[in-house]
Design a protein around this ligand. Structure first.
Ligand SMILES: C[S@@+](CC[C@H](N)C(=O)[O-])C[C@H]1O[C@@H](n2cnc3c(N)ncnc32)[C@H](O)[C@@H]1O
Ligand code: SF4
Length: 314
């Protein structure tokens, strides 16, 4: 199976998700937050890495923090330059798939749109894995959630071929809302109730936005403000519920989450101007040790538990 080279270009981000490890650096103002000059160095080094160390034919992921919410003209120029080089590598079949994460919590879409236009011109939407995120707890206030909805709708309306995957973290609250078919913000649900619609499943949400939702295991942060994690029973009951709302979901989910695809995570280190290999440790089962932090009452591995659930549920 092909590898994914993952580049964490910087931890800087405009949002303040209470569950996020990257944002924690910013709250503590650690040396993991880059100045504009350092951001440019990180982008340049990523270009060099792709020309030298990267093993051709594999996939890459570019992520932050936030990489598309850039206001500085020079940093923008360098983000564009890296993205253009990536597109050239894709056209030369040196990079197969490009994974991107962005929060869509910014007014200025110029950088993102320019890139997507370039993908469109080169017929590369099939090889773009475009991911954004929606969370019931810890991500939005009302204004930012509305901005997210507006941007998401705009992208899927503007780029007919874009396939968007929306990550949603399985916190305790998210699990509860999914199981009760109340997926969405309170004000949205109130509005729907006024129109006698009492149920709003995760499928309704994804159909409305024309996206695919990916329920991801929570890697619980040790912090008082981080959302609570579900118990193992609550998390697994949520996946069983999704299987009734979307028949076949559990099988598909178990197969995908169980994949032990090699992911090589490199984080930019500003002290030495280098990408430091920092993939997390792999447990004996073959999955990241981080997946042992997903349940409130158990350190069992999330992907292994999902696979057992599928086996015993057949
Ligand atoms: C770190 S973010 C970077 C991209 C972008 N800022 C965003 O939020 O989509 C990448 C993904 O990690 C997820 N994430 C952040 N903290 C997490 C946690 N504690 N457990 C599980 N996923 C987390 C986010 O929700 C997002 O989908
Ligand atoms: S938007 Fe992404 S990077 Fe920013 S704080 Fe939230 S999860 Fe972290």
């Amino acid at each position: 199976m092909k590898k994914i080279y993952e580049f964490l270009l910087w931890n800087n981000c405009n949002n303040n998700c209470t569950f996020c490890h990257q944002r924690l650096h910013e709250r503590k103002n650690t040396d993991k937050i880059l100045t504009k000059e350092e951001q440019i160095k990180s982008l340049q080094l990523c270009k060099t890495f792709l020309q030298t160390t990267f093993e051709k034919g594999n996939h890459i992921l570019l992520c932050g923090g936030e990489i598309f919410d850039v206001t500085d003209t020079w940093v923008k120029l360098h983000v564009n330059s890296l993205l253009s080089q990536v597109i050239d590598h894709m056209l030369a079949d040196e990079i197969e798939l490009l994974y991107l994460n962005t929060n869509l919590l910014y007014e200025d879409l110029e950088l993102l749109e320019g890139f997507l236009e370039n993908i469109k011109q080169n017929n590369l939407f099939e090889r773009l894995r475009f991911t954004t995120s929606y969370d019931i707890e810890g991500r939005f206030n009302k204004n930012s959630e509305l901005l997210f909805y507006k941007n998401l709708k705009y992208l899927t309306d503007t780029f007919a071929d874009i396939r968007v995957v929306v990550n949603t973290i399985l916190t305790k609250e998210a699990c509860l809302r999914i199981r009760e078919d109340r997926f969405g913000a309170d004000y949205l649900l109130e509005y729907l109730e006024e129109q006698d619609k009492t149920k709003y499943t995760m499928k309704d949400w994804s159909d409305y936005f024309r996206v695919q939702i990916n329920t991801i295991p929570y890697i619980q942060l040790k912090s008082d403000t981080a959302p609570a994690a579900p118990t193992k029973n609550e998390a697994l009951a949520t996946l069983l519920h999704l299987d009734t709302v979307m028949p076949g979901y559990l099988k598909w989910y178990a197969e995908n989450i169980g994949l032990t695809q090699e992911k090589l995570l490199y984080e930019y280190n500003k002290a030495n101007n280098e990408f430091v290999f920092c993939s997390s440790e792999i447990a004996e089962c073959g999955h990241s040790v981080n997946f042992q932090l997903s349940f409130a009452d158990s350190t069992d591995c999330f992907p292994c538990e999902v696979q057992k659930l599928l086996k015993y549920n057949k």
